[in-house]
Ligand binder design. Structure first.
Ligand SMILES: [Zn+2]
Length: 362
């Protein structure tokens, strides 16, 4: 079962894993775009050179860890933002490590609940109780779709969890210790992911220096980043549903979501492709949703636009890695899916507008 499922799922998954991040295979194709769901006007018009993607490294956490812990990273004020003082009365707790598939799946469920709670009433009514299912496929993918009964669901792959875990762990390590483990990680896995559908996004052994592995601050920071990336990812997917892109989320009672077998069949039917206006709308809504949900988490770590930056930077690297391999079957999709070079500045713009509406938030 596993192998045939994998093979079939790859059809859509490679494409999405390489480019469309979290673009619902089915979401964008299952229903025609709804009128009135067109993209915001602030779509960047220019192409951005790939070498100039913003590197999401300048956002300090809002509150220090307890005094006995060494604070990190070095405080760097956000240049374009006002400089209000963060709340000093509370300190961010040191979070326990997030290890293993079951723990990560639970974390995603919890984050999805926070995203839902932060939606406006009408959008929330459309997607309340939406089932989240996990797809054992190794491609890096998340998607919004409709099951065989026409009921909406959200899905994330095992490959997505592996990739987000690796991004979070490497970025946390680099922030705290000044290492370059994220570069080492992407240098190791991107060629594998571009070369073969057997490639895995999991963090390879040896990328994190052995002596740094057990550091509690590293694990805690990694969990914060994992949550932040997942918030952007599923904020985007949830957006596809309540924005009407899938056409099946209308506030009806929710089912349990597709079974594993059904999920395989749904994956088989996926047609690679993307609806650019819907993607832009989902990015916009998803980034706002993650920012809104993040705000109410204070004094714990507040999710920012950084989750989107981290994920899209990873996809940009995958795209560049794939483009260098002309035999990569995913190459065809690179021309038909949103370019991370467009999505990154869009997320930046959404965040700028959000901060303008939330003076005092840093
Ligand atoms: Zn999408």
């Amino acid at each position: 079962m596993g192998s045939s499922f994998r093979r079939r799922a790859v059809h859509a998954g490679v494409a999405l894993s390489l480019v469309a991040l979290a673009c619902g295979p089915k979401a964008d194709d299952a229903a025609p775009p709804q009128t009135g769901q067109n993209p915001p006007q602030q779509v960047p018009q220019q192409q951005y050179p790939q070498q100039q993607y913003p590197q999401p490294q300048a956002y300090p956490p809002q509150q220090p860890y307890p005094p006995q812990q060494q604070p990190y990273p070095p405080q760097q004020p956000r240049p374009s933002q006002p400089t209000p003082q963060p709340p000093q009365q509370a300190q961010r707790p040191l979070l326990p490590p997030l290890i293993g598939t079951a723990a990560m799946q639970n974390e995603v469920r919890s984050i999805l609940a926070e995203l839902l709670a932060a939606l406006g009433q009408s959008n929330q009514a459309r997607v309340r109780g939406i089932p989240l299912v996990f797809d054992p496929a190794l491609e890096v993918n998340a998607y919004a779709g409709c099951d065989e009964r026409g009921a909406p669901f959200l899905a994330g792959t095992e490959g997505l969890l592996e990739a987000v875990d690796a991004l979070a762990q490497t970025k946390a390590t680099d922030e705290i210790f000044g290492t370059r483990t994220y570069d080492a990680y992407t240098n190791a896995v991107v060629p594998e992911l571009a070369k073969s559908d057997k490639g895995r996004a999991a963090l390879p052994p040896g990328i994190i220096p052995q002596e740094l592995g057990p550091d509690a601050r590293r694990w805690s920071r990694a969990r914060e980043l994992f949550d932040e990336i997942i918030a952007f990812t599923f904020g985007h997917e949830l957006g596809h549903h309540y924005l009407g892109h899938t056409g099946c989320a209308n506030g009806q009672p929710m089912g349990p979501g597709p079974s594993f077998t059904q999920l395989g069949q749904l994956a088989t039917a996926l047609v690679p492709g993307v609806n650019q206006p819907n993607e832009i709308a989902a990015d916009t809504a998803g980034a706002q949703n993650a920012l809104d949900a993040g705000l109410v988490r204070r004094p714990s770590y507040r999710w920012s636009e950084r989750g989107g930056f981290l994920l899209l930077d990873f996809f940009a690297r995958l795209e560049r890695g794939s483009a260098m391999n002309p035999f990569n079957p995913a190459g065809i999709f690179l021309r038909s899916h949103p370019n991370p070079g467009v999505r990154l500045p869009l997320v930046q713009l959404v965040a700028q507008n959000w901060y303008a509406q939330h003076p005092g938030v840093q």
